[in-house]
Structure formats: C-alpha cells, structure tokens
Design a protein around this ligand. Structure first.
Ligand SMILES: Cc1ncc(COP(=O)(O)O)c(C=O)c1O
Length: 392
C-alpha cells in the first residue's frame, strides 16, 4: 500500500512533541526596539539578531517609505528580466566597496544565497568540506549540489586538512561560518586560508553574524582576521541581522559574480527583493560604517554580560561576539529556563536539537547596541535565580 505522506508527517510531529522538541510559532503583536509584545505581555528580548539596533532606526524607516513612494513595493520580476533597479545596483556597489571585493550580488535570503553559490560552483565529483557547526543552509547547499559533503569537528583544522588531502584531485570548496550562529565563536579563518592555499581549495565564508559587528568599519570577520579577497574568494553575508533589513549578498571577483548570474538558480529564477528595501539597506550600510559607537557599545555590553555570568558560575561558552549562549545540555532544562525568564519579563529562546547537537540544548542569548547596561544587569539577576542555569 502506498505511504500516506500527510499521515507520516503528522506522526513525525507527534514524535517531536513527545520528545519535547515541538517547534511553536508565537506572534509578536508589537516591536519597539528590544521590547516586544507577545501574548499580551511586554518582554525585553535577548534573542534577536538586530545586533546594531538598526531594524527600527528612523533613518531606515524614512528611506524605506520615501523609496516606496517612487519605486513602489514589489520589484515585479526577477533581476534578469526587468526587476534589477538602480537601488539594487547602488546597494551592490556599496557592499562590494565595504567588503573590499570587485563586485557583489544580491539574493533574497541568505538561505538562497548559499544554495545558489554551492549549486553554481560544485559538481558531482567535487568535495565540499565544512565545519560540523555550519548553518543548515551551507550543509543543504552542498547536498543539493550533489558534491561529496565532508564535515570536520568544530574548528578542527587538522581534520579539515585530512578531508581535503583524501581527495587530492577533486575540485574542493571549504565553507565555514565566520561567526557560528548558535555558539558565537569565530572560525579559525587564518588557518583555514593557509590550508586552502596549500590544498588549492576555494575558501567560502558565510559572515551572516560577523558583518557590521566585527572589523573597524564593520567589514566583518574576514577583514577583521586580516584576510583579503585572494584568501577568501567567496564571501557571503546576510542583510537581516546587524543591518536590520532582509536579504543577502555574495561578494567576490567580477568573474565569480558573472558566473553566479549565469548559473545560480536561486538568483535567476526568483523575484528581486523590493527596491525600497535595497534603499533602506543602503542607509543601514552607511550607518553601520559610520557609527562605530554601536560596535563599541555592543563590546561593552558583551564584556559586562560575560563578567557577570562568569561571577555567577553560569555555563558560558567561549564566545567574544554578541551571541552569548548558556549551555544547559538537557532539552527540558533549556525549556524550563526559557519559560522562567519569560515569567520575569525576558524573551530568550531555548535552542534544542536538531538545531544544535543532542545534549547541547542552550539558551541563545544575544546582545544588541539597543540594550542598556541596566538591561544586562536585570537579565543577569533573573538568570541568577534560575535553578537550571548551572554548568552541565
Ligand atoms: C550563518 C547563517 N547563514 C545563513 C543564514 C540564512 O540567512 P537568511 O535568514 O537571510 O535566510 C543564517 C540565519 O538565518 C545564518 O545564521
């Protein structure tokens, strides 16, 4: 008898529920900086990726409104048909200049950018070597491209080297998050660049959580590590995190970008992002570049949180960035802690498997330049009263 697909999916959902892993959607009815209203309650959020506090900045809002007055809402088409507007071109130019690359190409989401790059670069006989903790879309991208996917233990250069040398004749892409999304630590980019140079492999960095946050002008983790476009020929970053907007881009040589325009299906066969959004994002880039105080303030808040959490003996992870997870291990412990924080007026989501490995459930606390020192102190105070927030 044929399998009932809907019944099978329902069984899977039920199993997730029984294991305490059911994902639930909550509607935010109002957002005001780091404050959100959910289920009729006002909560101070420590889980957004709006690291520089730009998502509701009046300059961005104004840019979006004014551009919509002239450009309308939808782009009306894919880039290659008639959807590519001056606003897209101006944003691409600014992103290329910011990241020190010849050119940049916009995608509608980071997920699509990574799928598109992998599918354009990789073929069946190639190998794609990736850090085990890379974001899901990098892993999916390699699999969809049909290349051999090899995953090395987190940050383990020697293991990565062994995986590359095992396939000396294959085309090879080594892909890594610049800043790991669930752990907050930074990839050993210099060592990876040396390895790729030695092995003739292409290095790709997904800097979704580094752009805007790291580097003197927010250029991201690659520039911050002192690496050039030659060291990291494929740079991808998103626009929906520190820049407070939505979308993503790939930056690199003119040859790379031209190749993506020819071959990246997630670029070719989809509607271009709304041009007004591109205009607002350009305003965000300018603010991120010029307002260094946002990065400085974020740095102060990170140091304050880490000092306080370490004094309390909380299970901090070795992260220097705005992502400051507390590793609780047990799924139930992470959920209980998140619920207890919510009762105290804080929104901190519990991150559970399969997003993180089994036994590594955590509270993913993120900081933003929109937080104040008093906010961090109040969060620490609430954390100090959690019985479950203890080292695993
Ligand atoms: C490292 C990383 N890459 C890519 C993405 C996907 O980007 P987007 O949300 O724009 O699809 C995310 C998160 O969303 C991410 O954390």
């Amino acid at each position: 008898m044929r399998t009932d697909l809907l019944a099978r999916l329902a069984t899977h959902t039920q199993q997730r529920d029984q294991a305490g892993l059911r994902r639930r959607l909550h509607t935010v009815t109002r957002a005001d900086g780091m404050w959100v209203e959910r289920d009729g309650r006002r909560l101070l959020s420590f889980c957004s990726n709006d690291y520089l506090g730009l998502a509701q900045h009046p300059v961005l809002v104004d840019a979006l409104k004014r551009a919509a007055d002239t450009d309308g809402v939808g782009s009306g088409s894919a880039h290659l048909i008639c959807g590519h507007r001056s606003a897209h071109a101006a944003l691409e130019e600014a992103l290329a200049e910011w990241t020190g690359r010849e050119r940049a190409l916009l995608f509608s989401t980071g997920y699509m950018a990574n799928l598109g790059v992998m599918q354009a670069l990789l073929q069946r006989d190639d190998v794609c070597v990736q850090d085990k903790l890379n974001h899901a879309c990098l892993l999916d991208g390699a699999q969809l491209a049909g290349a051999e996917l090899k995953r090395y233990p987190h940050g383990d250069i020697e293991a990565a080297s062994r995986q590359l040398t095992a396939r000396p004749d294959a085309g090879a892409l080594l892909a890594t998050d610049g800043v790991f999304s669930m752990d907050g630590d930074i990839a050993p980019l210099r060592e990876l660049a040396v390895l790729c140079h030695h092995e003739n492999a292409t290095l790709m960095v997904d800097d979704a959580h580094g752009l805007g946050v790291l580097g003197a002008r927010g250029e991201g983790s690659v520039t911050d590590a002192g690496l050039s476009a030659r060291d990291v020929p494929v740079l991808m970053a998103t626009l929906g995190k520190a820049l407070g907007c939505s979308g993503a881009f790939v930056a690199g040589s003119a040859e790379l970008i031209d190749g993506l325009v020819q071959s990246a299906r997630t670029y070719i066969y989809t509607t271009a992002m709304p041009p007004a959004l591109a205009t607002a994002t350009l305003a965000a880039v300018r603010l991120a570049q010029s307002e260094g105080w946002r990065r400085e303030k974020l740095g102060t808040l990170i140091a304050r949180f880490r000092a306080g959490a370490s004094q309390l003996g909380l299970p901090l992870m070795p992260s220097p960035t705005a992502i400051q997870p507390l590793l609780l291990g047990d799924t139930a412990a992470a959920l209980t802690a998140s619920e207890a924080l919510e009762r105290e007026g804080f929104l901190v989501t519990a991150i559970r498997p399969p997003t993180v490995p089994q036994g590594k459930a955590r509270l993913r606390i993120t900081l933003s330049a929109s937080h104040e020192e008093g906010d961090v102190d109040r969060l620490l105070d609430a954390l100090s009263r959690l019985p479950t927030a203890r080292p695993v």
